[in-house]
Unconditional design. Structure first.
Length: 174
């Protein structure tokens, strides 16, 4: 009996047979930490964490949705209309609100468009924000400290004995 071409391809490509451990994935290495362009407004996670503001206080969507929201001007001003109302960054924030403009924050962590990542699924599995984002509460200016490459994600999943099936992160056949 002839094997289908696809099966022969998988066998020749070194795909693990049933019951065998998959080989470790090693892709392009990331250079970390990686600085990002300056933010439009100076924002210190360190100062906000010192004020006992938890990640989910500002990024509430992360607990229930795939994407973690970046707070908009109105959310920031809910506090800054009464708490720490002065300072260059707060004045700049108030100007954005007055003009009705959105703040175009520079992304620090991003995965490619063809990768599916759910903040909610990771939090529900018991992961902490620092696992993927590093110790942001210790920094005034953020840099990318934790890798978002396929190697980094695969290593994390393997270490936690979580599935590394391709369709977990990639929509195949679409």
């Amino acid at each position: 009996m002839k094997k289908p071409l696809f099966v022969l391809f998988l066998l020749s490509a070194g795909a693990p047979l049933q019951g065998q451990k998959p080989p470790a994935y090693k892709g392009k290495e990331e250079k970390l930490p990686a600085a990002v362009a300056p933010q439009p407004i100076a924002f210190s996670h360190k100062k906000h964490a010192a004020a006992e503001i938890a990640c989910l206080d500002c990024h509430a969507d992360a607990a229930e949705k795939d994407f973690a929201n970046i707070p908009n001007v109105e959310q920031c001003m809910l506090c800054h209309e009464t708490i720490k109302t002065q300072g260059a960054a707060i004045k700049k924030l108030a100007e954005f609100q007055k003009r009705g403009e959105k703040i175009n924050w520079v992304p620090v962590y991003r995965v490619p468009d063809f990768v599916f990542f759910s903040h909610a699924n990771h939090l529900k599995a018991g992961e902490k924000c620092v696992g993927c984002h590093g110790p942001v509460a210790e920094h005034d200016v953020l840099a990318k400290e934790v890798g978002t490459s396929m190697t980094a994600c695969m290593d994390c999943h393997l270490a936690r004995k979580v599935s590394t099936a391709c369709n977990l992160c990639h929509q195949l056949g679409h």
